[in-house]
Design a protein around this ligand. Structure first.
Ligand code: FRU
Length: 582
């Protein structure tokens, strides 16, 4: 075929597409802030163009005169950053979108000139293949759109379920819904359809799931029951149940199940308490955690509150969890109460604090002095940590959102925003008079080790055995060819470990991003495990006494590792390649 013929064919195809779009989507302008899109439904998805710098427009989806869906999206006005799909497959042949913009833009151009009208299109597919160089290879990310807290995590019949705060209509926080992914090894995650979407009670904020083996709620034995906060003008706790192992949920018809007259009342966490034979629910309530009990998951009795005067109160308490764990090298069990807080973190912004004590089914009693504050992770990007319900072998597996509210919306990715941390198995250990939480990469991470490599790679684990000389200072530098680097310092006498990301790569998107984070080591570290993925570094003491999670955006992968010891400590490192991209 000669070149002209190819060009002619190509232009014929383009003309056809334009005609198809013009016929199938017709826009009517109803004022400078208001328009209607009539969609003649020839395909299942309406792809709408997004421009991140714009304000959210409100879109009501109307089918057969009924409001069938509502969403907010930053519709493109000047240029298209990316597309998001609106699923219209369930509605009749003609769908109407009633669109209201927040601001009158007539100073910069008439509504008719907004690019969203000519750039919207119908399609049966939405391309989710990765377009982002910073997308991690072995951490969970949403296929597209914004993500914050992990939600509703549970394990059942060999499958780990991870739900998450998701915006399916853009890569900034909005339209909170529960996205869903599943995995059989905690590393390879498979994206599932959206699990719980907003309704007349509000957006779907964070919460949990439990597996109701004894059918206490009457939804069936083994039903998965989800608890979440419906957020609108107030925050109230609601439930939904699934009889197909968490694929689809039916909202309980008597929602909400728990209300309060305070503005911050959210993130229910439910678990079964053996001794009292009751379900327990924790709900974060401003500066405290409220505790409720129930025998049927539907009616909840207030038991007590914990928090006033304890730990850090520089922000709102959010996303609680409570679990019983053995204390290492003892026969004791203690209770760990997780309390995420934003702001107030040790390096600014959001972070996970916790309390150790006793719980009798009614009341949590902290065993530390009120002024003691304990942090679970000493990086800047570890938030909304909660654990999986029903994990096997008495394991307590937690995951955190690997970001910080200070800059999460500005991170230099577009197709998706934010990743989750590696899964971590929690335990307890004693140091002096205090008991602390131990955090270890879940054993599944050792199974993910690939071949041994000589130099650093974009996705790898560095295992560093350290035979430390007293009072040594060990520095570990990860660097790329552009000179971007991450400096880690292990000060043995000072009992501290720190990570400096001030020169780590792209730090320009927020003044809050460049940081040095420092952790107490609780004794000498014998082995460090450093997990590097394309935009994160998680460091663990292999004994579990320190974890540090920080995100980084190097313009090229760090490819050299330089270890220096002032006093000639013996250090041996092994690097394993990790890549779980399918
Ligand atoms: C924590 C949080 C929760 C809330 C959710 C909303 O990051 O603020 O308290 O449920 O995010 O997306």
């Amino acid at each position: 075929m000669n070149r002209i013929r190819i060009l002619m064919l190509a232009s014929a195809i383009i003309v056809q597409c334009i005609t198809a779009t013009a016929q199938d989507i017709v826009t009517e302008y109803l004022g400078e802030k208001h328009a209607m899109m009539r969609v003649h439904k020839s395909k299942s998805l309406l792809l709408i163009p997004i421009e991140e710098k714009e304000d959210n427009a409100h879109l009501d989806v109307i089918a057969d005169n009924k409001l069938v869906h509502s969403l907010n999206a930053r519709l493109a006005i000047d240029k298209v950053d990316y597309y998001v799909p609106v699923d219209i497959s369930a509605y009749g042949d003609n769908v109407l979108l009633d669109i209201t913009f927040q601001n009158d833009r007539h100073k910069t151009g008439s509504i008719k000139s907004f690019v969203c009208w000519k750039e919207s299109r119908l399609s049966d597919d939405f391309d989710t293949s990765n377009r982002e160089r910073f997308r991690p290879a072995y951490h969970h990310t949403p296929a597209y759109g914004w993500m914050n807290d992990p939600n509703g995590m549970f394990y059942k019949d060999g499958v780990w379920h991870l739900y998450y705060q998701h915006n399916p209509y853009g890569s900034q926080w909005e339209n909170m819904s529960w996205g869903h992914s599943v995995s059989t090894d905690l590393i390879n995650w498979h994206h599932q359809p959206e699990a719980i979407i907003p309704d007349a009670l509000g957006a779907i904020f964070s919460g949990c799931c439990v597996v109701d083996y004894n059918n206490t709620a009457g939804f069936g034995s083994g039903a998965v029951v989800a608890f979440y906060t419906s957020a609108k003008s107030s925050q109230k706790q609601c439930m939904a149940y699934s009889t197909d192992d968490g694929k689809t949920f039916t909202k309980y018809s008597n929602n909400p199940i728990l209300t309060a007259d305070i503005p911050d009342f959210r993130d229910p966490h439910v678990f079964w308490h053996n001794k009292t034979n009751k379900w327990i629910m924790l709900v974060s309530a401003g500066q405290e955690m409220r505790i409720y009990s129930s025998s049927n998951l539907k009616e909840w009795k207030y038991e007590s509150s914990f928090g006033q005067g304890y730990g850090n109160h520089d922000g709102v308490w959010e996303c609680p969890d409570l679990m019983q764990l053995p204390v290492k090298s003892t026969s004791e069990q203690k209770w760990l109460l997780i309390c995420n807080i934003n702001p107030g973190g040790p390096f600014g912004g959001s972070s996970t604090q916790y309390f150790i004590g006793q719980f009798d089914g009614h009341k949590f009693t902290c065993e530390s002095e009120p002024k003691v504050t304990k942090w679970m992770d000493y990086g800047k990007d570890h938030y909304a940590t909660v654990s999986f319900d029903n994990a096997p072998n008495d394991r307590h597996v937690a995951m955190a959102w690997m970001s910080n509210w200070q800059y999460a919306n500005q991170m230099p990715t577009k197709q998706y925003r934010s990743a989750n941390s590696l899964p971590r198995d929690l335990g307890l250990f004693t140091d002096g008079k205090e008991v602390y939480v131990s955090v270890l990469p879940s054993p599944e991470m050792s199974a993910a080790r690939g071949k041994k490599i000589k130099n650093l790679a974009d996705c790898c684990e560095v295992v560093m055995d350290i035979d430390a000389k007293p009072a040594d200072i060990i520095t570990i530098t990860l660097q790329n060819k552009k000179g971007e680097k991450v400096l880690m310092t292990y000060d043995i006498a000072g009992n501290t470990f720190s990570t400096d990301r001030t020169k780590s790569g792209d730090i320009s998107f927020s003044n809050e991003f460049p940081a040095v984070t420092t952790a107490p080591t609780h004794g000498v570290i014998r082995q460090l495990r450093i997990f590097i993925d394309r935009s994160s570094i998680e460091v663990f003491d292999a004994d579990g006494k320190m974890s540090m999670t920080n995100i980084m955006f190097p313009n090229e992968p760090y490819n050299t590792l330089n270890v220096k010891s002032n006093k000639k400590s013996k250090i041996k490192q092994t690097i394993y390649y990790i890549n779980n991209e399918k």
